[in-house]
Design a protein around this ligand. Structure first.
Ligand SMILES: Cc1cc2nc3c(=O)[nH]c(=O)nc-3n(C[C@H](O)[C@H](O)[C@H](O)COP(=O)(O)OP(=O)(O)OC[C@H]3O[C@@H](n4cnc5c(N)ncnc54)[C@H](O)[C@@H]3O)c2cc1C
Length: 278
């Protein structure tokens, strides 16, 4: 059964009524491929793509708020003129292919717990994003890393409704390595946001790694190692090579675990050079 919700309240009511038998249907790009993954479909879906509140992007002085049903294409286009969000515009604008980007939503990208190669997850981790989760009993704000820990066990009836990203003067970049040129999941992803002074010394760093392990996470030891240094892409790559042993690498049919880890220094070099504009 497929219910097209006209408003957030009706979507939350329907999801609450359906319980474990129901789920949100956003862009449908992951759900539609369930049979290929040998996964069962839910008995009931609540389509959330027509809900005005969930398809808005609000750009304020201190934050941007992104509705969960905003598509990758709409997000990349809305952020095109905001250099501080280069990392997120690239994550949304370079993932998958144009047809998928026109349908796939930011909420679907964050909520799919068995998808390790989601581009927007590391991009939003490095931007210190918060998520809003709603149900008919209220709304709750939580950090993105907290949401990632909870998402596979979100109680029925709860919906990711918004992503809130603080604005800053940091320079950011997104580097990804697909095996082919397009339509391919990335082997590894580096998303970073760096606050540097006028001589390019690092005042603060947030670096997130996606697709290497099952769930994207910050690389805090590398962040600490870069603090106070003049940012130099080759040196950053050398430090990354020294520290990369903390990643185990996930196994998959595409590449062996060690390969995902071995490409990290090169991606760090690319991302820091891009952030510096060199
Ligand atoms: C050929 C192909 C290539 C791809 N390449 C990439 C890539 O390079 N990088 C990348 O990042 N992604 C890639 N993807 C994945 C794509 O981005 C995901 O399919 C997409 O992010 C899922 O979003 P959706 O809106 O279609 O979610 P849906 O398919 O609608 O939903 C996915 C899951 O999330 C749940 N869900 C959706 N929205 C919410 C919400 N608001 N709250 C709670 N639960 C929710 C659904 O119930 C479902 O379980 C690719 C997909 C395809 C088909």
């Amino acid at each position: 059964m497929f219910y097209i919700a006209p408003s957030l309240a009706t979507a939350l009511d329907a999801l609450g009524d359906y319980g474990p038998e129901g789920a949100a249907f956003a862009g449908g790009t992951w759900i539609m491929r369930a049979p290929i993954r040998h996964q069962l479909l839910k008995a009931r879906y609540v389509a959330i793509g027509k809900i005005p509140e969930l398809t808005e992007i609000r750009i304020g002085a201190d934050t941007i708020e992104i509705g969960a049903a905003v598509t990758h294409a709409a997000l990349a286009s809305a952020l095109a003129d905001l250099p501080e969000f280069t990392v997120l515009a690239a994550a949304a604008g370079r993932s998958a292919n144009p047809a998928i980007r026109g349908l796939a939503t930011i909420g679907g990208n964050l909520a799919t717990s068995d998808f390790s190669a989601a581009d927007c997850v590391p991009a939003l981790l490095c931007l210190d994003a918060q998520t809003e989760v709603s149900s008919r009993s209220g709304r709750e704000r939580m950090r993105l890393d907290t949401f990632l820990k909870q998402r596979s066990t979100l109680a029925p009836g709860r919906l990711l409704t918004k992503v809130v990203v603080p604005r800053s003067r940091a320079k950011s970049a997104h580097a990804r390595l697909p095996l082919r040129k397009a339509g391919d999941y990335p082997v590894a992803i580096v998303s970073l946001s760096l606050d540097v002074d006028t001589t390019n010394h690092v005042r603060a760093a947030r670096i997130a790694i996606g697709s290497v392990e099952t769930v994207a996470r910050r690389w805090e030891r590398l962040e600490t190692a870069l603090l106070g240094r003049a940012l130099d892409p080759a040196q950053a790559a050398d430090i990354a090579a020294d520290l990369a042993g903390e990643f185990a690498g996930r196994d998959s049919v595409e590449v062996p675990p060690w390969y995902r880890v071995s490409v990290l220094p090169g991606l760090i070099r690319r991302a820091t050079a891009a952030a510096l504009g060199t």
